[in-house]
Design a protein around this ligand. Structure first.
Ligand code: ZN
Length: 618
């Protein structure tokens, strides 16, 4: 499909949404031509990069990522993978065993700034470039590079001949300018995970043997020359012929592609403005991909409705890589899975379009804001697609509890590559990040939360929001102060545990004593069920919120006095005789990640509270 002007206009309008969320963005315009030699798994490339410095700063250096250099014995990725206590089984010591024809590399052959040759130095996976001409604020400079590269044996995300027989998963494959933002340069070496990039426009021409079907980021510009399911025209290619695939991708921060001679290519419409493309091998499990297609369409519809409109006209779900990995306008996923797993990974990776490709937080610094938020939305979408009952977030909350109990937890502020264990990284990022949102909905109320998430997307798309940007949106939506929540739940490993300490008769009334056992304060919903079946929520705001949530979750809500966070106990009185009280429960919605739910109810007979019984059984 040809790239259309409408997309540019749609995206351009995103920059004018709110004066409050102005933040300058560097700009990159890439033009690349790639000559791919499949016989040797190597390619030669030329890259013209027009770089616009929109910062108020003068730049004296620039940095490029050379990700493929990680796949060499002795690289930082190799050594980290062999020395961490719980190595990723996909990597382990595999890099240390790669031969010269199996490693990955990106070799820069020449680099010019505005036509003049530059000095540069390769330091592992980073190219350090000293400029001839400093880059003044609001100026544009052109970098021209020639490079050659070798596709490594598939180890992680990228590579050749993956376990499912996909020839090329081409992620992290070109010299990519590092991002410079209001916090400075982010020239992180490639250790294991998480990416951050400059939004820009990509124009990529890939010349490869005509037997290959190429899929990836961007709109194909010459479908009638290519065929292969991109055009209704039948195009025949002679043996030995080479084809040049021309892709254009506007307003993206990366470009991925994949190639295989056996790809089947289906196109399914979500609506008039969005096509989903599917690329998969025609093997015995191809029918599962067919079954996935309508579910993927529904997933996009749910996400558009609940979190904001996906702004591109195309998204591709491509078999490749190892597991699943998100890229702009496309994902690489392994394909030989049962329907539930295949849909789950496709849904997860495509939701990254919202929480990474469009919002683009610095995911090395804040992996919980992309993996966690994606997991939160994935739980909602999967429950809807498969019509599952019960608490969609429960497994995720229990996974966070498991990490806390393991003693391995590190704060969410930890850099993605710097967690001491892979387990602490993955559960903090995916599960605690998801719990963060679920619990935020509890704190500010469901409606305000949902409006806040849409506002966050609309105001911050294409602007690299940070945690405080989300906090300010939620504060404005809810009218509450939320510093304490970000400080404790993101910045520390403090945990939540409240208990019903005592329930006692006091004449015609009943006294309730609550206790904060965990170090982290929280507002509480304390829901009382009476003999007549009616329910009353005694809502206790936290004093430092300077306000209270508005939520119509329970038939009757009684606003109580604030709880000052240093007080370990809180006493209140119910205007009913103890004999009329059947049950008292702290947060029956279980959106609050209380570490010990056994002490959250009165009387202490857990079988009477089915949702708690189910939670404890896990
Ligand atoms: Zn993810």
């Amino acid at each position: 499909m040809k790239f259309q002007l409408g997309v540019l206009l749609l995206i351009a309008s995103a920059f004018n949404v709110s004066a409050q969320s102005d933040r300058w963005q560097q700009r990159a315009k890439y033009e690349m031509e790639i000559d791919f030699d499949a016989a040797n798994h190597q390619y030669k490339g030329t890259q013209k990069l027009v770089y616009t410095n929109n910062s108020p700063d003068t730049l004296h250096k620039v940095f490029y990522h050379l990700y493929l250099n990680a796949f060499q014995p002795g690289s930082q990725m190799d050594v980290r993978s062999r020395s961490i206590s719980d190595p990723d089984p996909r990597v382990k010591d595999r890099i240390s065993k790669l031969s010269p024809t199996e490693i990955g590399y990106e070799k820069v052959l020449s680099l010019k700034q505005n036509g003049k040759a530059l000095k540069y130095q390769v330091v592992g996976t980073i190219l350090e470039v000293t400029l001839n001409e400093k880059i003044l604020p609001k100026t544009q400079h052109t970098f021209e590079m020639q490079f050659e590269a070798q596709v490594p044996v598939q180890i992680r995300r990228t590579g050749r001949n993956n376990s499912e027989g996909i020839d090329y998963s081409m992620a992290q494959w070109y010299p990519k300018m590092c991002e410079y933002d209001y916090e400075g340069w982010h020239s992180n070496p490639y250790i294991g995970r998480e990416f951050y990039g400059i939004w820009g426009d990509f124009d990529v021409k890939i010349t490869i043997d005509a037997s290959y079907v190429v899929a990836g980021t961007g709109y194909l510009q010459n479908p009638d020359k290519i065929g292969h399911g991109y055009s209704t025209k039948t195009v025949t290619h002679k043996p030995g012929e080479r084809l040049t695939w021309h892709f254009v991708a506007p307003e993206v921060h990366d470009f991925m592609w994949a190639a295989d001679p056996d790809y089947k290519h289906d196109v399914v419409k979500v609506d008039d403005n969005l096509d989903l493309h599917f690329f998969y091998q025609t093997d015995t499990l191809a029918h599962v991909w067919k079954e996935m297609e309508p579910l993927a369409v529904r997933s996009f519809k749910i996400m558009n409705e609940r979190f904001g409109r996906y702004p591109y006209k195309q998204y591709s779900i491509i078999q490749g890589g190892d597991g699943g990995m998100e890229y702009p306008m496309a994902t690489l996923i392994t394909g030989r899975l049962n329907l539930n797993s295949l849909v789950s990974v496709a849904v997860h990776e495509s939701i990254h379009s919202w929480f990474q490709m469009i919002l683009g937080t610095n995911e090395a610094k804040y992996p919980w804001m992309d993996e966690g938020f994606t997991t939160y939305a994935q739980n909602i979408v999967m429950a809807e697609l498969f019509n599952t009952k019960g608490d969609a977030q429960r497994t995720t909350t229990n996974s966070y509890r498991g990490l806390v109990k393991s003693g391995l937890e590190e704060p969410l502020t930890t850099h993605a590559d710097h967690y001491n264990t892979n387990r602490a990284y993955s559960i903090a990022s995916y599960s605690k990040g998801s719990v963060f949102l679920n619990q935020l909905a509890y704190i500010v109320g469901k409606d305000k939360f949902e409006r806040g998430m849409k506002r966050y997307f609309n105001e911050w798309k294409f602007k690299h929001p940070n945690p405080t940007d989300l906090k300010r949106i939620m504060e404005k939506e809810s009218g509450l102060e939320l510093d304490w929540y970000w400080e404790d739940f993101v910045g520390t490993t403090k945990t939540i545990d409240f208990s019903i300490r005592e329930v006692s008769p006091n004449g015609s009334k009943t006294n309730v004593v609550l206790e904060r056992i965990g170090q982290m304060p929280m507002p509480l919903d304390v829901v009382v069920t009476y003999k007549d079946g009616s329910q009353e929520n005694f809502y206790i705001p936290l004093e430092i919120m300077r306000g209270e949530k508005e939520e119509k979750m329970y038939a009757q809500t009684t606003l109580m006095a604030d709880w000052g966070w240093t007080y370990p106990k809180y006493t209140f009185s119910i205007d009913r005789n103890l004999a009329e009280i059947v049950r008292i429960v702290i947060d029956p919605s279980q959106r609050m990640a209380d570490m010990d739910i056994d002490n959250n109810f009165y009387p202490t007979i857990i079988s009477e509270v089915p949702s708690f019984k189910a939670a404890r059984a896990q």
